[in-house]
Design a protein around this ligand. Structure first.
Ligand SMILES: Nc1ncnc2c1ncn2[C@@H]1O[C@H](COP(=O)(O)OP(=O)(O)O)[C@@H](O)[C@H]1O
Ligand SMILES: [Mg+2]
Length: 370
């Protein structure tokens, strides 16, 4: 990628820090230490393009964070805030905060981040928009909800507001009502949020990386290969499979990228992923998790509006297969931040910069939304 054409920007790379937790183990690749290293790699990649990058952690002092951004006055916020509290919606709230301050921001707007964190809402929306999702997707807020319907076992159950494989383990695929009841009870108690249950699709699983603003590119498809997993362990991207390096799940599962798929399947998977991402209001970059049903129809398991963006894995690995190196990928994401999202009007802001608050003004609505 030629450096000459890139406009140099002042970038604030925001991310979350939190106190070192006792439960963090070395075998767990989702740790705070890994996030810090990732942020360092990202800052280096962005600097290699000529941008001025300041990393701005957000721990628990939101005013200090805001003051720092106001002093910095970046051209754009590179958003790497990632929720770590069960059931939290801080991703959405932090995105709102920086947009209200008036800064362009990479990735999806608060609406997309919030919607996709609530898996039942996003599945309902996708279904309504005609994007296939697994059959019998249900939100279970109490044990009694289980008896209200007939279940097409096997069924997969997970917390309805998590990500990153949280709450998915060897018991998550159930074959009977009593096992379903046990699992739902466990989720209600441990995560204090409803459970999401849906028909388990045993077909091939794909991760579809997307990058860009108005021109959204589909990166080479990645397939999760479960064929070496011992029988008795369900073929799912559980927490262990994603993060626990010492587990059988982690060691016996691999990602094949580019996936070996024929052209018509590749195009129906890509088309489904793009429609899903646009439907939930995703922007800039994302990853759609898809699985095939018995008729080889791609069904959307999940749209990730804030997927892992570290070098060498996930989206970055797919991008590399398309000849797009890590800095190039990050540059496309920065470019998308200046393009949109559509209908996100930049109205004047009400923040006071620590001085006496100005009286609030009514801003007339524009006559037509372009
Ligand atoms: N309906 C389903 N059928 C088959 N596998 C599923 C289904 N839902 C989830 N999974 C498996 O569980 C994994 C994690 O589910 P997902 O909804 O993507 O949650 P997370 O946010 O934790 O990634 C998927 O990658 C897939 O392997
Ligand atoms: Mg997923």
């Amino acid at each position: 990628m030629g450096k000459a054409r890139i406009e140099k920007r002042k970038i604030a790379l925001i991310y979350n820090t939190y106190g070192e937790s006792a439960s963090e183990s070395h075998a767990d690749r989702g740790s705070a230490g890994d996030l810090r290293l990732q942020i360092r790699r990202m800052a280096r990649a962005l600097r290699s393009l000529g941008h001025a990058v300041t990393t701005v952690p957000l721990a628990n002092d939101i005013s200090a964070f805001q003051r720092r951004l106001m002093r910095l006055k970046p051209d754009v916020i590179f958003n790497q805030y990632d929720d770590v509290v069960h059931g939290a919606l801080y991703e959405m709230r932090v995105a709102t905060l920086v947009r209200i301050m008036g800064f362009p921001m990479t990735g999806s707007p608060a609406l997309g981040l919030g919607l996709t964190r609530y898996k039942y809402m996003s599945a309902s929306l996708l279904q309504g928009a005609g994007v296939p999702v697994p059959l019998c997707t249900a939100l279970l807020e109490r044990i009694g909800d289980i008896d209200k319907r007939a279940w097409p076992f096997p069924v997969i159950v997970q917390p309805s507001q998590e990500h990153a494989g949280i709450g998915l383990d060897r018991d998550s695929v159930v074959g009977s009502k009593s096992a379903l009841r046990r699992k739902v009870r466990g989720i209600l108690e441990a995560y204090r949020q409803p459970a999401l249950a849906q028909q388990f699709l045993p077909g091939r699983e794909f991760n579809v990386g997307l990058v860009g603003g108005k021109r959204l590119r589909v990166l080479p498809l990645a397939e999760v290969d479960y064929s070496r997993l011992p029988s008795g362990i369900p073929a799912i991207m559980s927490y262990a499979c994603k993060w626990m390096e010492d587990s059988v799940e982690y060691q016996k599962t691999r990602v094949i990228c580019p996936a070996r798929v024929d052209a018509s399947l590749a195009s129906s998977i890509s088309d489904t992923a793009v429609r899903a991402f646009r439907t939930v209001g995703g922007w800039g970059y994302g990853r759609v998790d898809i699985r095939l049903d018995a008729d080889s129809v791609p069904r959307v398991l999940e749209v990730n509006c804030n997927p892992l963006l570290d070098a060498g894995v996930g989206i970055a690995r797919s991008a590399k297969k398309a000849g797009m190196d890590y800095p190039h990928l990050l540059q496309l994401i920065v470019d998308a931040a200046f393009e949109g999202p559509p209908h996100d009007l930049d109205l004047p802001i009400y923040f006071t910069q620590g001085r006496k608050a100005k009286p609030a003004q009514w801003i007339p609505m524009p006559e037509a939304i372009p």
